[in-house]
Write a protein that binds this ligand. Structure first.
Ligand code: GDP
Ligand code: MG
Length: 796
């Protein structure tokens, strides 16, 4: 199957590349809707054979024979048709004919991912806050003998170029030219959802509308004449509910009909923008129509509207294309026409063109809804319930206390409940090490297994239960819709940090793991807020640092102070984020924020299945890291500590003369201000790979004494770290030094995966490097300042 697919794709070329006498089978027609339609009406349909009757270099047009007719195409046009020269395996081509690329487009939380999962049987994450779908996911589905390649695109309210998601969706629609678009609409919120539809209508793409959440629409007693509405928008509208699967089959039947052009309602409509704007559009369009290249790829009307709106992305595309063809005069004229049109709109209508166009779109929607007899019912709906819940949870006075109470419950439960399975795993790991020590002969292999693999991985794996519990809570907050409220009530505080309420979700996620948190910043529309959020994210103490905190606080502080010490670290992290974001927004990344919507989806009961899946997905990542980078690092750290080996030396002496000892001693001067010893220095170096490795490194470095195999010491939390404390104390580490060490761990270089994620999201190494360097500098300065100050205040 794979090889067939591969051959099929490998043999693809443009129709224009075929020579006289060649044959080809049409695979795909690209370009915007109007262009595609015209070409297809001429007989250039997927799966049909084309013969090249006459084609010579530089000869335009070229003569083709298709479906028994002779047709001539311009070379430009033939460029837009993909063919395969391989005409032999006819069934394969027929299959290609029955394979449709379908893109799902719609507002956030309208049910795209639900449809995607329902139709394909896939398990993409269904969430209830903006920002779960940050990338396109692809899956297959089949209905009525057709195969559908479904693409789940990020949710957007509009197709302007304010957010990376909007640009992403736009790019996908124009560059990947899906055969049909499914526009998913939240029927319980018709007016707002149809706004995006009007923009898609401008783009002139083959489209079907899914009026989703029709169950809620009906429950509330809303009514609309679907037939009329479909006619007015020129596209079939199918009532669906992706919760139950209602209407999915009908939806895909409509997709096939639109594709085969047997759908009666389907037509291209022009939204009338009123006299002044239409005049402007026509003026700009004139220049675009003259350009063959542009005309085929885009609807010139759509581009003209975008230009009139002063859309940067569209302007860039057009001017760049003209520049490539060295037509500076055309560029000047086009831009002049644009400014002239915009100026006239401003003069006549007293608003800028963008607003005027938006108003006209809403006018169109209002008109269409009125004509289709749209009426909202009065029965209770989710929004009513939502309002009631919101009056408490987002209350001016109650909102904050409730939020912090929830956070407190979350962390408290994570640590207290997590303690039980943690103890069990710890005992298991200890027993396993003991058993291996007893059954294997002494030597490097035993040491590798006991001290390297079991000591290293074991000291990290015990935190899996706590991490699962933490993610369980975060998943519930996300899926129920509470996370969006949390962002909402935090908005004011966030603004003081130069951030936006939306930054709050990634920041909270950062307590779990910085990597998905960095990716979640994509939902923040303003680049400036996005950058600042990414830069301060590493200060959100991720769960990978937890093992170190627990280990070191357990070792150096008595029980009644431990949670305070831990809490203080989280607070220091948050304060640093506050300070740094303030500095960045005042001095480095200055500028006004574009205001943007913070969507508040209705509260929904999260399903057990979704929560379980979401929690497990993250836990799985943690386990994967365990089997990969942490296992490897544990072995490397062990090997560096074991070699060169000399049996006659004591454990202490052995470590000092090993490679790791020498490495640690080499960097010791750098951290002498903080009072770290070389073992701590080494653990910091190891933590560059992943923070979990810090704990496992300490585990390996101090497990030379078989305290970890000593079963009795695990029974009580108080005694558990006594051995470790004695060892560290012997080496001259004080509680003050230990706290300085924790501060450094909290603040320095997050981990390679986070830095790579920042590079990926910002598109360059520049900000990634900035994040890597500045966090480390801050960590060094803060920990050194703390150590020196504390030593001066409390001389031992
Ligand atoms: P997306 O953001 O467009 O991908 O939306 P999702 O598929 O993540 O759905 C958002 C929420 O709406 C989830 O909690 C779904 O369970 C819920 N949902 C999806 N379709 C329906 C529907 O037809 N009716 C109802 N009542 N809820 C739905
Ligand atoms: Mg989604």
């Amino acid at each position: 199957m794979f090889s067939i697919l591969f051959c099929n794709f490998a043999a693809r070329m443009k129709l224009s590349e075929l020579k006289t006498g060649d044959h080809g089978v049409i695979v795909k027609v690209t370009g915007h809707g109007g262009f595609r339609k015209r070409i297809m009406e001429m007989g250039f349909v997927k799966g049909k054979t084309v013969d090249v009757l006459q084609s010579a270099p530089l000869q335009d047009p070229v003569k083709y024979k298709v479906m028994g007719y002779e047709v001539s195409l311009r070379r430009h046009e033939a460029d837009m048709i993909e063919v395969t020269a391989d005409t032999s395996p006819h069934h394969e081509v027929l299959r290609e004919r029955r394979r449709l690329n379908v893109a799902l487009v719609g507002n956030p939380n309208c049910g795209k991912t639900s449809l995607f999962n329902f139709a394909s049987g896939a398990h993409a994450h269904v969430g209830n806050y903006s920002g779960v779908t940050v990338d396109a996911t692809v899956a297959k589905a089949s209905f009525y003998g057709y195969e559908f390649n479904l693409t789940d695109l990020p949710g957007t309210y509009s197709l302007t170029c304010y957010s990376p998601e909007e640009l992403y969706v736009r790019k996908h629609l124009t560059e990947n030219t899906p055969d049909v678009i499914i526009n998913v609409i939240d029927a319980s919120n018709l007016e707002r959802n149809l706004y995006l539809t009007t923009q898609l209508v401008d783009m002139n793409l083959p489209m079907v509308c899914a009026l989703n959440m029709y169950d809620e629409f009906e429950r509330r007693g809303d009514s609309v004449d679907l037939k009329t509405l479909s006619m007015l928008f020129g596209m079939p509208m199918v009532p669906t509910s992706f919760k139950s699967g209602r209407g999915v089959k009908e939806l895909f039947r409509a997709v096939i009909q639109v594709y085969e052009q047997t759908q009666g309602v389907s037509r291209h409509i022009h939204i009338n923008y009123g006299h002044e704007i239409e005049k402007g559009i026509a003026q700009i369009q004139q220049f675009l129509k003259a350009d063959e290249h542009i005309r085929q790829r885009y609807s010139t009307r759509y581009l003209a509207i975008k230009l009139l709106e002063n859309d940067t992305s569209a302007t860039e595309y057009v001017t760049q294309h003209i520049a490539e063809e060295h037509r500076p005069e055309d560029r000047k004229q086009l831009l002049a026409a644009r400014s002239q049109a915009a100026a006239r709109v401003l003069e006549e209508m007293n608003t800028d063109a963008e607003t005027a166009i938006m108003d006209a779109k809403y006018g169109f929607i209002k008109g269409a809804l009125a004509e289709a007899g749209y009426q909202t019912g009065t029965a209770t709906d989710t929004y009513r319930a939502t309002h009631a819940i919101d009056s408490v949870l987002s209350n001016k006075y109650l909102g904050f206390p409730i939020f912090f109470l929830l956070l407190y419950v979350m962390f408290q439960t994570t640590f207290s409940l997590g303690q039980y399975p943690m103890d069990w795993i710890e005992i298991g790991v200890g027993k396993l090490g003991e058993w291996v020590s007893d059954t294997m002969p002494d030597g490097p292999l035993r040491s590798l297994l006991v001290d390297g693999v079991i000591g290293g991985v074991g000291s990290v794996i015990v935190f899996l239960p706590q991490i699962l519990i933490l993610y369980f809570f975060i998943s519930i907050m996300e899926d129920s819709g509470y996370m969006a409220r949390a962002a909402f009530i935090m908005d004011r505080l966030m603004h003081r940090m130069g951030l936006h309420g939306k930054s709050f979700i990634p920041l909270i996620m950062g307590f779990g793991c910085n990597v998905p948190a960095v990716m979640a910043t994509r939902t923040i529309e303003s680049r400036r807020s996005r950058l600042i959020t990414m830069m301060v994210l590493p200060f959100m103490s991720c769960s990978a640092r937890l093992p170190i905190y627990i280990m070191i606080t357990g070792t150096f502080f008595s029980l009644q102070y431990r949670s305070w010490v831990m809490m203080s670290l989280y607070v220091v992290g948050i304060l640093m984020a506050f300070v740094v974001s303030n500095i960045l927004s005042r001095f480095v990344l200055r500028g006004e924020d574009t205001p943007f919507v913070m969507e508040l989806p209705p509260y929904r009961w999260p399903t057990a299945k979704a929560i379980g899946r979401h929690t497990w997905e993250k836990g799985k990542e943690y386990l994967k890291k365990m089997g990969g980078v942490i296992l490897v690092a544990s072995i490397v750290v062990w090997a560096l500590g074991y070699f060169p080996h000399d049996d006659s030396l004591s454990t202490q002496q052995q470590q000092e003369q090993s490679y790791i000892g020498r490495l640690g001693q080499a960097v010791e001067p750098v951290f002498s201000v903080q009072g770290f010893n070389w073992k701590l220095d080494v653990s910091l170096l190891a933590g560059v790979g992943a923070k979990e490795i810090v704990a496992s490194t300490i585990g390996v470095l101090y497990s030379g004494d078989d305290s970890f195999a000593d079963d009795d010491t695990f029974s009580s939390d108080n005694e558990k770290y006594t051995r470790l404390r004695q060892l560290m104390k012997q080496e001259g580490i004080t509680p003050i030094g230990a706290y300085a060490y924790l501060l450094f761990i909290l603040l320095y270089f997050p981990c390679i995966a986070t830095i790579v994620a920042i590079k990926h999201e910002t598109g360059s190494w520049r900000w990634a490097t900035v994040a890597a360097v500045y966090t480390t500098v801050v960590a060094w300065v803060v920990s050194a300042a703390f150590y020196q100050l504390a030593m001066w205040m409390f001389p031992a």
